[in-house]
Design a protein around this ligand. Structure first.
Ligand code: FES
Length: 85
């Protein structure tokens, strides 16, 4: 079975306030760019903001088991490209 990359965009309150609203476009961009090789979903709090809050590294996105801090669309697409190499 072909391996799929899983992308979870945190849309919890902290990440949302810290900019994950901008990441919602990934929910459209990723499927149109990668088709069914990548599963992208918006999730509620990944639980990372409370552990790592003092560093204010939200918003967080998880690509497989890799956590992307201060996520941007560019960073997430780059991480996906790495996984698909
Ligand atoms: S709101 Fe994103 S990790 Fe908590």
């Amino acid at each position: 079975m072909e391996k799929k990359v899983s992308v979870k965009v945190c849309l919890g309150t902290t990440c949302f306030v810290m900019g994950s609203a901008n990441l919602q476009e990934l929910l459209d961009t990723v499927p149109s760019r990668y088709g069914d090789k990548v599963d992208v979903t918006g999730v509620s709090c990944l639980g990372l903001c409370s552990i790592d809050w003092e560093y204010s590294k939200a918003p967080y996105v998880k690509v497989d088991d890799e956590i992307i801090k201060e996520a941007t669309v560019e960073k997430v697409l780059k991480a996906i490209d790495e996984k698909l190499k």
